[in-house]
Design a protein around this ligand. Structure first.
Ligand code: GLN
Length: 476
């Protein structure tokens, strides 16, 4: 079937009226995924399980049985989120043959509401990267230009939506991994507040930063999936008990107050076409009634260093569990226990992951702990306080999503520091635990997409989605 570019509400009314069946729709998505196989999006498509599920939904529709709120919603899942009895590799050799014995809480909740999972998507190893190039499965390609990266680490998640192989993609965002690929691929990407969605079943990278995020091509669909996935979970002590309202009942803020930081928008690292676009968006918001407020922000050059000191520290401890004993790959060329640990990790981890484990071990080491780790924690606190002040006064902060447009595959391979620096705008939300969304905002003269970003107060994801929606209607 020719796939409709429709949102969930429209799909559900088509299913109700029998315009097409769930099985037809699923086959449309699977066909689309196969047609774009060369982009290297899926590690695995769950064709037979998904077809069975689609048949079950079709029977429910036919019999008039009660349907979950997400019937009709086909979802791809980044390969860092556990799905019972499916492979779970984090795109790493160390977990290549690992199967998950249980579902992540988010997955459990989506399935209960009749969503269908189409398959698991490629990513950067353990979520470490900005281009989806650090994967044992090879790089994923951007659907807008197959010579270019889709962003990362949830690059394939973004392409899965971009190429209409599913309606929604689940990714994870530790420092921008949902929003930056959303920007590179021209789709929406939401990182909810820290704790909004349970991390139970999400492979840990940096636990005080990690959050499951949602990509889609319509903000309404993201809101409906968030409503189901969010909420307190006894399996994750850091999950929030803050009430999850019904997404249908959101109030659209009229005449919002929107802050921006000239120090971030004037930054030398920002691509010129993105700068021009952000400034235009600010004007557009002003003329539609928003109050725009320029604010000083003196931490621009501390964001990336603070993020990389703290996340590598957390990663080095989180990844110590992969020792060849409990999980995944075990080297068989070792003479004793010590050698087995060393060889399993040496063979199992890729270059970027090793770089980060070493960096993290260094900043946590006795002689450097205070100079790096403690200092970075202090800076994190200052940045958080500053952001809380700004968002006490204003409803939103507007900023770019990424410093750059999608680069060519392989182009940045020898320059990890430049890649780290391109995360400048996204890490702010993870350092502070605040929600943020990347909104498609245009293309450059070569047709490469890019987004802009909005942040808001903790737990006000629906405000972000409603402003995203209002921008969508003025864009089109
Ligand atoms: N690019 C960032 C990093 O490599 C963000 C990754 C992420 O959000 N998982 O750490």
């Amino acid at each position: 079937m020719i796939l409709p570019k429709k949102n969930l509400k429209e799909i559900q009314s088509d299913l109700d009226s029998g315009l097409y069946s769930m099985s037809d729709l699923l086959m449309g998505y699977i066909g689309q995924a196969k047609q774009h196989e060369s982009l290297n999006v899926y590690i695995e498509i769950y064709e037979s399980e998904a077809k069975e599920e689609a048949g079950r939904i079709d029977r429910k529709i036919k019999n008039g049985d009660r349907l979950g709120s997400l019937y009709g919603c086909v979802i791809s899942v980044k390969d860092v989120i556990s799905q019972k009895d499916q492979g779970l590799s984090a795109a790493s050799r160390i977990l290549e043959d690992y199967k998950s014995p249980y579902n992540a809480t988010a997955i459990e909740r989506l399935l209960e509401e009749d969503a269908i999972i189409i398959g698991r998507t490629n990513c950067d190893e353990f979520g470490m990267g900005s281009a989806n190039e650090n994967s044992i499965y090879g790089p994923t390609k951007n659907g807008a230009d197959a010579e270019r990266v889709p962003g990362g680490s949830s690059g394939a998640a973004a392409v899965s939506v971009q190429m209409n192989t599913c309606l929604i993609a689940l990714g994870s965002d530790t420092g921008g991994s949902v929003r930056q690929p959303a920007s590179f691929c021209g789709v929406y990407g939401l990182k909810p507040s820290y704790g909004r969605i349970s991390r139970y079943g999400l492979i840990a990278y940096a636990s005080s930063f990690d959050q499951i995020g949602i990509l889609g091509y319509d903000p309404d669909d993201i809101g409906r999936v968030l409503e189901v996935a969010a909420g307190k979970d006894p399996m994750d002590a850091t999950s929030s008990s803050q009430k999850v309202n019904s997404y249908d009942k959101i109030d659209v803020k009229s005449n919002p107050k929107i802050a921006y930081f000239p120090s971030l928008i004037d930054h030398e690292k920002l691509d010129e076409s993105i700068r021009v676009n952000v400034l235009q968006k600010i004007e557009q918001l002003r003329s539609s009634g928003a109050s725009i407020i320029a604010k000083d922000f003196e931490y621009a050059d501390y964001l990336v260093p603070t993020y990389y000191v703290l996340t590598t520290a957390e990663a080095s401890t989180n990844l110590s569990r992969y020792d060849g004993v409990r999980y995944g790959h075990r080297s068989n060329s070792s003479k004793n226990l010590e050698e087995m640990y060393v060889n399993s990790r040496t063979e199992g981890f890729g270059k970027e992951v090793k770089r980060r484990i070493m960096l993290g071990t260094y900043v946590l080491s006795e002689g450097y702990f205070d100079a790096y780790f403690t200092k970075a924690q202090q800076v994190r606190k200052l940045i958080t306080e500053e952001m809380d002040k700004v968002l006490d006064e204003c409803d939103f902060l507007i900023l770019p999503t990424s410093t750059s447009l999608p680069w060519k595959i392989g182009e940045m391979a020898g320059d990890p520091i430049s890649v780290y620096l391109s995360d400048m705008y996204t890490v702010l939300a993870n350092l502070t635990g605040l929600p943020a969304i990347s909104i498609p905002s245009g293309t450059n003269n070569e047709g490469l997409p890019f987004g802009i970003q909005l942040m808001s107060k903790k737990y006000s994801e629906y405000d972000l989605l409603s402003i995203a929606k209002s921008l969508k209607s003025t864009n089109s």
